[in-house]
Design a binder for this molecule. Structure first.
Ligand SMILES: Nc1ncnc2c1ncn2[C@@H]1O[C@H](COP(=O)(O)OP(=O)(O)OP(=O)(O)O)[C@@H](O)[C@H]1O
Ligand SMILES: [Mg+2]
Length: 222
């Protein structure tokens, strides 16, 4: 019998599930942990938040990890992900706004609406988000993400807890790379890792892409 094909590695295999796994973002993660402490005490809702920073530094990973920690077993049914890109035909936003009203399914304490690529929403669509974030029984927490704060309206910003995700220090890119490497069969030597850290220029996604490119090009160990 031929062996079943082994599943191949892709960048998705390295997404951290927990806030502990997001390295090199100490300020944002400490703030999220503090917010989580409040959520666990059961007295407060998490605030609406905006994560901003360059592509590939952990914003989506942090939103999902926060969602998992805050919602626990309610995560699957109550963490909703949407990209502004999906709103090109202008039909999705009203749907989201409808969906964010009323109690969340399954008896969850709240739902999370994770809305990526905020900057590609027009100013009027950004304006439409505001009522969804206010009132309506307070059942929905918005986590918004963007690469650049420029173009985000002041009215929206003032309703959000803004967390910056800057590029990651080289030592932390190296830690991310080493922990990713440990989950691969690749035998990459330290100088090859140093070169990847340098080329990644503070962007963990880039480092993992390069790891897969360099490691994948090596003949498999038998
Ligand atoms: N700070 C980090 N610590 C550990 N891994 C990271 C970190 N940042 C990024 N990664 C790795 O890179 C992948 C991509 O990161 P992520 O999708 O969170 O980036 P992003 O900031 O949301 O980018 P974009 O602005 O393009 O949406 C993650 O799945 C993870 O494997
Ligand atoms: Mg993202």
């Amino acid at each position: 019998m031929p062996e079943p094909p082994r599943r191949r590695l892709s960048i998705e295999d390295f997404r951290p599930d927990t806030l502990d796994g997001i390295l090199g973002q100490p300020r944002a993660i400490a703030r999220l942990e503090r917010i989580l402490a409040g959520v666990r005490h059961g007295t407060v809702m998490p605030p609406h938040m905006l994560f901003h920073g360059p592509p590939g530094v952990g914003k989506t990973a942090a939103a999902r990890a926060f969602g998992r920690a805050a919602l626990g077993s309610f995560y699957e049914a109550n963490f909703n992900e949407l990209k502004a890109f999906d709103n090109r035909d202008h039909s999705v936003l009203p749907e989201i706004i409808m969906k964010s009203r009323g109690p969340p399914p399954g008896g969850a304490p709240f739902r999370i609406m994770f809305f990526d690529e905020l900057e590609s929403l027009s100013p009027s669509a950004q304006h439409d988000l505001r009522p969804a974030m206010e009132g309506e029984g307070g059942w929905s927490v918005f986590i918004l993400a963007c690469n650049d704060l420029h173009g985000i309206s002041a009215a929206l910003l003032s309703r959000l807890t803004v967390l910056e995700f800057p590029p990651v220090a080289p030592a932390d890119v190296r830690r991310i790379l080493e922990s990713a490497l440990a989950r691969t069969p690749f035998a990459l030597e330290p100088p090859a890792l140093d070169a990847i850290v340098e080329r990644a220029a503070g962007i963990p996604r880039e480092a993992i892409k390069l790891l897969l490119e360099e490691g994948g090009a090596l003949p498999p160990a038998s």
